[in-house]
Design a protein around this ligand. Sequence first.
Ligand code: TYD
Length: 133
Amino acid sequence: MNITKFVFNIKGDERGSLVALENMKEIPFDIKRVYYITDTQQDVVRGHHAHKNLKQVLICVHGSCRIGLDDGTEKTEVLLDKINEGLYIESNMWRTMYDFSEGAVLLVLASELYDEADYIRNYDKFIEYVKGV
Ligand code: TYD
């Protein structure tokens, strides 16, 4: 499976690190929504869904977590543990998020506003859906 991980520039100096992300530059879409996930216990698995249209970039801005990806044919796992690495998840990809380290913060940049109708939350329906696209 082809995985796209972006590596962002860190504008670090003696004061600390700064990463800047702009629409259509570091991020390949207009960012319409930002959300972040915190306080996730280590044995918790989030996600379990796919999106019909939404595109996202996931960045673990503190700590680490793993992302499971499944395009309906192949499965893979990606470790996110760097503030300057962004995992690009395009549409029609079943994803899970797990193995959150203590204090992990997962930042998500999304190409669309929240829309429950864009979600596929049933795995069998996802497999059927990707066969048809
Ligand atoms: P959920 O989809 O279960 O999160 P995850 O992908 O991590 O498993 O979302 C949790 C709750 O937050 C759910 O009630 C929907 C709501 N929500 C929003 O209101 N806006 C958003 O942008 C997102 C991602 C979720």
